[in-house]
Design a protein around this ligand. Structure first.
Ligand code: HEM
Length: 404
């Protein structure tokens, strides 16, 4: 055995005993251990943060979190919420963060409820982040997230189109038109016009429902590659509700978002002066709650999941559950759990809640397509992160997907 390999083997064996995450290294070949040693630092999956103890409204644009314009090497991306948290120092100003830092930041800076924060963050991290180093770029792909697992994994940051980021965004163009992450003034003017027409000069649920529909219709009319399937069909409505839930000052107790404040967040990633986060954490269940918001927004202009086959030709995908509410479905999944069920000999009847369907499709289709056969520490990291994603559902009736 080469001396370097000997020492790395001894070192990793001792690590394996010190830290459970390294246990899977025991039994690996010398070659595998050497590859692992060269790709250090390995962090792997870590548990998510818990909820805030105190969820009352409070000043978050404070002296400890001043706005600073991003420097030339700082990364910003399609999410104005995360851009804001990075530019105020709740996230690393570089725009590269762990999923734990993201959950802490969205809780502290906006009062997002814990399970919602973990579900969204891990949904994105699993497809856009680096499971080996536990780092995610909130924008473009970067070496700062460390050495990536090999393709078909992408580890491309939140800008990556089609695995989490999608079409018909409010103030960002479709990837087909060349830029899916930068603020787009033309689209923002549509938001202003619709807010004046339907919201009495504010971005509120009435205006938001119309803007959501305008953006969908625009993508259908002009984008031949338009896709509106789970999970994008859900996140499109989620992002439409977030501004009137998270960007209205917590002392006001309304859902009427001022348009200058909206521009500050969407365009500059900046809190208004003296901004207080909302009163009480905002999550999926309850009233107010995200599930209810999505149902109300979608009811104004119902649409089924589908995709374009040429401009203006929206073709439905009836196998996708889409936005059919947070009710339980009895579905015959003749291998609807694509690979897992094929191996298990189906059909089996599964009653899947909507959020369970999002988890199932994301894990079984998207994550699996990026990581068809992970091994060793990579596999451990993915398993740990998939478990966190699953636990955030809080739905014991949702079958956990057996991966790999
Ligand atoms: C919890 C972690 C979060 C992650 C991983 C995340 C990720 C993303 C991504 C990838 C997009 C682009 C989706 C697309 O349009 O195709 C997006 C959009 C958006 N996010 Fe976030 N986000 C998070 C939290 C937040 C928070 C806390 C807020 C508000 C305070 C927020 C507000 C928005 C809004 C308004 C958009 C739509 C932007 C537009 O279409 O113009 N997000 N987010």
């Amino acid at each position: 055995m080469h001396p370097r390999l000997f020492f790395s083997t001894v070192f990793l064996y001792s690590l394996a005993h010190a830290f459970p995450a390294y246990h899977s290294l025991v039994g690996m070949t010398d070659e595998q251990i050497d590859i692992f040693a060269r790709s250090n630092p390995y962090v792997g999956a870590l548990p998510p943060p818990g909820p805030l103890q105190n969820t009352s409204a409070k000043l978050v644009n404070d002296a400890e979190h001043p706005y600073m314009s991003p420097g030339p090497d700082d990364i910003r991306g399609p999410c104005p919420g995360l851009n804001t948290l990075a530019s105020h120092g709740y996230l690393p100003r570089s725009g590269v963060a762990s999923p734990q830092q993201i959950v802490d930041a969205v809780q502290e800076g906006f009062n997002m409820e814990n399970a919602l924060a973990v579900f969204i963050t891990w949904g994105a991290f699993l497809v856009d982040g680096n499971p080996l180093t536990n780092l995610l770029s909130i924008g473009q792909k970067t070496d700062e997230t460390g050495q990536s697992p090999s393709p078909p994994a992408i580890v491309g940051g939140l800008d990556t189109h089609g695995v989490f980021e999608g079409d018909a965004s409010t103030t960002r163009g479709d990837a087909y038109f060349g830029d899916n992450h930068s603020f787009n003034e033309t689209l923002f003017q549509q938001l202003v016009n619709a807010s004046n027409t339907y919201g009495g000069g504010k971005y509120n649920p009435q205006a938001a429902a119309e803007i959501r529909w305008i953006r969908i219709q625009d993508s259908i009319a002009r984008n031949p590659t338009f896709q509106f399937l789970t999970p994008r069909i859900d996140t499109a409505y989620v992002e439409t509700a977030f501004p009137y839930r998270f960007w209205v000052d917590g002392r006001l107790n309304t859902t009427d978002l001022d348009l200058d404040v909206a521009r500050g967040f969407y365009q500059y990633g900046r809190y208004p002066p003296d901004f207080y986060r909302r009163e009480g954490a905002f999550g999926i269940p309850g009233n107010p709650g995200l599930a209810r918001d999505i149902a109300i927004l979608a009811e104004a202009h119902p649409i089924s999941p589908g995709h374009n086959e040429g401009v203006g030709n929206y073709v439905l995908n009836p196998e996708d559950l889409g936005l059919r509410g947070n009710v339980r479905y009895s579905c015959f999944y003749f291998c609807g759990l694509v690979v897992a069920c094929i191996r298990l000999i189906c059909p089996l009847p599964f009653a899947l809640s909507k959020i369970c369907y999002i988890y199932t499709k994301h894990a079984n289709v998207t994550v699996r397509s990026l990581y068809p056969n992970p091994q060793g520490p990579l596999r451990d990291a993915l398993q740990g992160n998939l478990k966190t994603f699953y636990n955030a559902l809080g739905d014991p009736e949702c079958p956990q997907i057996p991966m790999w």
